[in-house]
Design a protein around this ligand. Sequence first.
Ligand SMILES: Nc1ncnc2c1ncn2[C@@H]1O[C@H](COP(=O)(O)OP(=O)(O)OP(=O)(O)O)[C@@H](O)[C@H]1O
Ligand SMILES: [Mg+2]
Length: 242
Amino acid sequence: MIRIEDLRKRFGDNDVLKGITLHVNQGEAVCIIGPSGSGKSTLLRCVNLLEEPTGGHIYFKDTDVYMMPPARLHAKVGMVFQQFNLFNNMTVLDNCMAGQRKVLGRSKEEAREKALSYLEKVGMLPFRDARPEQISGGQKQRAAIARALCMEPEVLLFDEPTSALDPEMVDEVLNVIRSLKGSLTMMIVTHEMAFAADAADRVVFMDDGLVVEDAPPKELFSAPKNPRTQAFLARTLRGLSL
Ligand SMILES: Nc1ncnc2c1ncn2[C@@H]1O[C@H](COP(=O)(O)OP(=O)(O)OP(=O)(O)O)[C@@H](O)[C@H]1O
Ligand SMILES: [Mg+2]
């Protein structure tokens, strides 16, 4: 579904992605973990055309994403951000309708119907008329996920969807993401190791602009092969049993 080949990205003389190769199959949920600054956000941003790579290729179903009109790619590949990125001057419902109207050209009635059904799916129907400032962080993120789902993408990218949330709201968002498993292809950058361990089909460990290890979660968490993965997990999992 997504094929990343030898992807490189440099900012000035900072080599951030040093040749990432990563394939994600249809319906898979792939979690990406790794230390701060290892290039995880940059990788997702390249997939979604928010950064232009310095080298390599990214294919969506065998089409180079940089050959696709951005609106066409964005209708197929959605993204959910750490900071929600909702429009603050619009209600939750209007947030969910805007992209459908603008990018997909759906009628008001159809956009509204879709929005209501996806808001229900994430448990946000009761808040449809609220503005983002009136709801909690967890509710904002669930609204942002509903907004992304309204576009009926084939791939959804998540960049640390729970790291701006108070701890008691993390699970409500992770449960929504879990409920999407199998229905679309997902790439999820996360620091939630317990979530990656039980929800991912594969876990990718990135360090210093490279994919260091790529394995099913059981393997990666209980028997990491690379010493850098071992060191990262030793630091991160201290006191956490998966
Ligand atoms: N627009 C930019 N201009 C210059 N440098 C950038 C830009 N975006 C990212 N970088 C640099 O790229 C490197 C990787 O950043 P990136 O945000 O991809 O890391 P990350 O793995 O997502 O980290 P974190 O876990 O903290 O979110 C960092 O050194 C960062 O300073
Ligand atoms: Mg990041």
